[in-house]
Design a protein around this ligand. Sequence first.
Ligand code: AMP
Length: 819
Amino acid sequence: GVLAAVALPRSARRVLCLLTILRSGAAYLPLDPRQPAARLRGILTDAHARILIGPAGLCDGLDTRPLAADTLGEGAPPDVPDTPAAGPEDPAYVIYTSGSTGAPKGVIVPHAAIVNRLEWMRAHYAIGPEDRILQKTPATFDVSVWELFLPFLSGARLVVAPPDAHRDPAWLCRLMRAHRITVLHFVPSMLAAVLDEPAARGLEARLVFCSGEALPAALRDRFHRTIRSELHNLYGPTEAAVDVSYWPADADDDSRPVPIGLPVWNTRLHVLDGRLRPVPPGTPGQLYLGGRQLATGYLGRPDLTAERFIAAPPGLPDERLYATGDLATLREDCAVVYLGRLDHQVKLRGQRIELGEIEAVLAAHPDVAQAAVLAREDQPGRTLLAAYVVTESGRAFDRDALAAHMADHLPDYMIPTAWIPLATLPVTANGKLDRKALPAPELSAQTASRPPHTGLERRVAEAFRTVLGLPDLPGADDDFFALGGHSLLAARLALALRDGHDLSLGTVFQYPTVARLAAHLEDADGRTAGASQAGFGPVVTLRESTDRPALFCIHPAGGLSWCYGTLARALPTPRTVHGLQASALALNGRPPADSLDALAQAYTDQVLSLQAEGPYHLAGWSVGGILAQAVAAELQARGRAVGVVALLDAYPCEAWRDRPEPAPEDLYKALLHIAGADPDALPPERLSRSGVVEFLRTQGHPLGELSDARLDAVFETVGCTNRLVRGHRHTRYDGPALHFQAALDHADSGLSPEMWQPHVGTLTRHAVDSTHAGLPGAAATARIAPILDACLRAADPTTPIADAAEPHCPPIRSHEEPA
Ligand code: AMP
């Protein structure tokens, strides 16, 4: 009955944590560490979680006790009783799903329910030691439960995918081949993206499962033309232990639509009318579920439980039923066919979303008088969330402020793409919101954007239009993601333009505008030198706009500045953003700098060569912040005007001097960290250069595909920057600096922004609910970008005074004080 929350990235260590929790008799509560801290804290509070294995800062002020994942396994093994500590009716896990009343709700699944589901799957599909199961589904989605535990029950091999692999079709194909995966799962929209990927052709597996959303018959047929494997369509809500029905979607299955099929062991599917009477085959009704797999109910919400888990009417062989909210019908052969939803729950790329939850968060913003949110499919196959907003009288419609508010409370996939201000919401004759009368959003290109002019720009713009289903050709400066793109569409765009180039999903994230992607392709096409240097030269331009002074972002320890791409895109006011990178990565044979001052001088020269006039705006994350302060001091010494100096969770050199010299294995761990893998993923005997590279390659990670020389350069840069930091003495920069602290890691780590006081004129501090590693990510960036933007505008020479007064989006939990 005790709940233990786990907020760790996908890794073998996380699997061990989950097993440990179950073995202790407790139930686990999976959390996605990338979701906003406010939401995670809300869930921890709602669930009364006893412990959290994950970022300790999330527990501040809560009754939950933090437990560091890497202390597990230390000390003598505890006495584990032979008899199970939990009984069949005790909870095994609690998964939170979107809640229509404005807050997520926790579904309690007992052992008896999930064991029925796992044992059915093991026996029905004869899963055993010959199988290799890929664990790629996020733990917050219940499909992960069989991926995680079936290997332990069946003797199959468990293969844990790296944290970001599940979004990238090409990466998944590489993993399937490298590990000869026999059993894996896709939500149908991801399966479609994988089938688009040329590397999918000829893949083999034994069992591919689809669930989470409807499996279109055309997709089933395309699957069998592309991949050699059985395909099975499973169906079930979180409220009934993952799946309750199955249908073999064989190559010779010609059902249209593909049914969700027949019940699993100890389970019944009832299609009932409004008065809970069974309907005959062919007549639509609501689907109700009965049997062993039903959840206990919603945690701490007897009201919601009573609404959905009802007493069965007399005559049915069940006591309790779960009302799914799904419209279904029976075929003559008793197979169930899914027809759609009866409420405002939607599935977007497999994610379950209650539009009511998004509306409630939006309506809580003080500028908003009324709000409605729709999932619109104005172009076939392209569903997006559109928010309709009526502002309070006297309040302006500020899209950026509203989007930042949403990012504070909701996961990425629940943040609307299209925003439509309205004077009033349309209503029907009886005064209800008329959803059908809400206008289609115009996702048109930026009005100021110049038309694409080179042949290649036109080709890229055409690909944007096709993939995004835009009415017009976008302009050269239009950004793929601002026009409604997401990762699955980015994979499609990469594919449409690949054509002989090595164009990956990452390239689209790095060069998201028409002009920049075209320029990148031109490099790759024509100048061979340019192609091999793309992304590794001393400067990567992450965004381009000539109106204002540029922002120069300086690389962290690994020497690459790609991590600033999200920040560059998120700045509301357009400006050029350059990333300065370690020269060793360009493989030009130049000897590395022998002091951090020498490096700062070289970067200062670089900055001055890119921009003739000040002010010079600088930013840096981690070691990049130390470099940004040093470049600011050097510019000042040369009599140049410095604008903003932003230190992103950076701490001065003296914080590192007395720490033990990093051992070689720390460099290897650093590379795993840069790759987004668990730094403790490898046993000590494999923690070597070749061990790490081999690991990255078998994981199919793009960093594992860098040439040997390039990887050497990354390793050397990590070691070299580390040495230079230890030997550096700061020169004072006599001007204002801005510090963003990753509060989840550093609330009491001994590293504090005040350590900068001797080295800068004044210091303004902001605490961001993020880990150090998560600071360049989308959630933390959504908080940082508006503040940084306001400061940049205030320091720009042409900004009118009134414009510069106040950051327009004050952060949650920020405190500002002069040093
Ligand atoms: P979740 O709780 O996230 O598993 O979502 C459950 C809902 O997803 C169901 O109530 C259905 O609306 C939808 N769903 C799940 N599997 C399928 C399927 N195979 N076909 C159609 N809809 C599905």
